[in-house]
Design a protein around this ligand. Structure first.
Ligand code: GDP
Ligand code: MN
Length: 421
């Protein structure tokens, strides 16, 4: 029997046809309900939609790794070909807002009494460079740092700061050193009026301890072994310019091992026998000499004598793996066994510089001409565009670079194609 409604809609169809059409209509309604309106279907579709939206924002790193994995895992087909969730790590979007960082630290050797100069140096380096880069700081001392020292320093930076004690045996004069001979050496330098040479003060011995520690041990300190690169900073220095790039990443990308700002000659009387010991080492171990070395920086006569030129090591941006290498380890032990750190007054600057000049390629040494820096009365001030763009506060006419005593010209002659600016 037909209702008036059925007759109105399906006026010409048979009852069987009408029933089939009604069933089809109801089926379409049910499917529509499940896909768009029911809690399950609605969840699926809204999840899919939000995933598409999230992925389309992609490289701005909207998704963290866990979210990404979760989302993609939900979408993955459940066939046997689908990849296990752990492989999804490969498609985590690269976060371009986090540039590559080097395995590096800023390092300062200091006494508790150096606190004012420490604050002065840290404050500047933080403002000019590290506030943007947040490299950790490591402070080392042969005595425990005071609570007050740590309190005053930690507040200067957002970066991690650690304070380390230097192991006694890597600091004090070894017991096998002939103290009588060492004393004669100190007295001789006193007569010549050499700074830290040999007056009665205990500073004279601690200066030698410091030079030996910086030459052979700092990079083995447990707070430094996790790192490859370091920037050595001293109390009371000045940093004149903004540094907008990462010098550690620069070193890494250009296969450098040693960076400096100032170079000068050493006092001859503090290293009387150093070069003869170096020459002995080289004749015993010619295999460590780089074929493309910088002998012309440290010698005027192809290695017969040392011109005493060295990179001033109160500023160093360098690779500790170079100091940890077989060549440098054997070199340092060779020097150490002569007792020259105590019988004379071998500085870590000539020791580092000679090794870098001889065992590395000359293109692995880098003059950071864009870093304005001052230690004691000597400064390096960038020139021209680098001075302007670095907003440098130094006077570009007041730079040690080409002063009579500077060794920069010896460095520049290593490379005929060297351009100053
Ligand atoms: P100079 O630059 O050659 O005149 O030597 P400095 O007196 O500036 O010392 C070089 C670095 O070693 C600085 O960072 C000093 O703070 C540090 N230093 C020097 N002597 C000592 C010492 O006896 N103990 C500690 N803990 N640090 C020292
Ligand atoms: Mn100093």
């Amino acid at each position: 029997m037909q209702t008036p409604f059925q007759n109105m809609i399906f006026p010409t169809l048979t009852a069987a046809h009408r029933r089939s059409i009604m069933i089809a209509f109801i089926t379409v309604l049910c499917v529509y309900y499940f896909v768009t309106i029911s809690p399950e279907g609605g969840y699926l579709s809204s999840k899919f939609l939000s995933t598409k939206q999230s992925i389309s924002k992609d490289s701005a790193s909207v998704l963290n790794a866990a979210q990404m994995e979760e989302t993609l895992f939900d979408l993955a087909p459940s066939s046997a070909e689908s990849k296990p969730p752990h492989s999804l790590g490969n498609i985590i979007p690269h976060d371009s807002s986090t540039p590559h960082r080097a395995n590096a630290t800023l390092v300062m050797l200091a006494r508790n009494t150096d606190i004012a100069g420490v604050i002065w140096s840290v404050e500047q380096l933080e403002a000019k460079f590290n506030r943007k880069f947040n490299y950790p700081w490591v402070f080392l001392n042969d005595e425990p740092f005071s609570y007050e020292f740590k309190r005053r320093v930690k507040v200067l930076t957002n970066a991690d700061v650690s304070f380390g004690l230097i192991p006694h045996e890597t600091w004090v004069q070894p017991s096998w050193i002939d103290e009588e001979r060492a004393r004669r050496g100190r007295n001789m330098l006193t007569k010549e009026g050499v700074i830290y040479g040999g007056c009665a003060s205990s500073l004279v011995i601690s200066y030698r301890n410091m030079c030996r520690f910086n030459s052979g041990f700092f990079f083995h300190h447990e707070l430094l072994t996790p790192y490859k690169w370091y920037w050595r900073v001293e109390p009371d220095v000045r940093f004149y310019c903004d540094l907008e790039y990462d010098p550690f990443v620069f070193m890494e990308n250009h296969d450098k091992i040693y960076g400096f700002t100032i170079s000068m000659p050493e006092l001859e009387s503090t290293i009387t026998s150093l070069w003869s010991v170096v020459k002995e080492f080289i004749s015993d171990h010619p295999e460590y000499l780089s074929p493309n070395n910088s002998m012309d920086f440290i010698s005027e006569d192809a290695g017969d004598s040392y011109n005493t030129c060295h990179f001033w090591s109160n500023f160093e941006i360098a690779d500790m793996d170079f100091w940890r290498s077989e060549a440098y380890t054997k070199f340092f032990n060779y020097l150490e066994n002569t007792g020259g750190f105590y019988y004379e007054r071998w500085g870590d600057a000539p020791v580092h510089s000679i090794a870098a000049a001889l065992f590395a390629r000359k293109d692995q040494l880098h003059f950071f001409k864009d870093i304005g820096y001052k230690h004691a009365e000597f400064s390096h001030c960038p020139q021209g565009r680098q001075w302007r763009e670095g907003h440098c506060s130094c006077n570009p006419n007041d730079s040690f670079d080409f002063a009579q005593n500077s060794c920069l010209r010896h460095f520049m002659r290593l490379d005929d194609g060297w351009i100053f600016n």
